[in-house]
Write a protein that binds this ligand. Structure first.
Ligand code: FES
Length: 61
């Protein structure tokens, strides 16, 4: 499934970028060798970042 249609970035690529340390959408774009264009995907990226943050906070408890 594509998260970013402008750049053809798939969900698994976003998750890999987050696992590699990306903490902001700009860092995800950079990790994928692209840049924001319409930015419609940024909300979805932020949601995936929040999910990761939540998972880490539960793991730390
Ligand atoms: S959908 Fe990602 S920049 Fe347009």
């Amino acid at each position: 499934m594509y998260v970013c249609n402008c750049n053809g970035i798939r969900e698994r690529e976003v998750r890999a970028a987050i696992e590699a340390g990306a903490r902001r959408p700009a860092q995800i774009f950079k990790a994928c060798g692209s840049a924001a264009q319409c930015a419609r995907c940024v909300c979805d990226m932020r949601q995936m970042l929040d999910e990761k943050r939540e998972a880490l906070s539960y793991a730390a408890e």
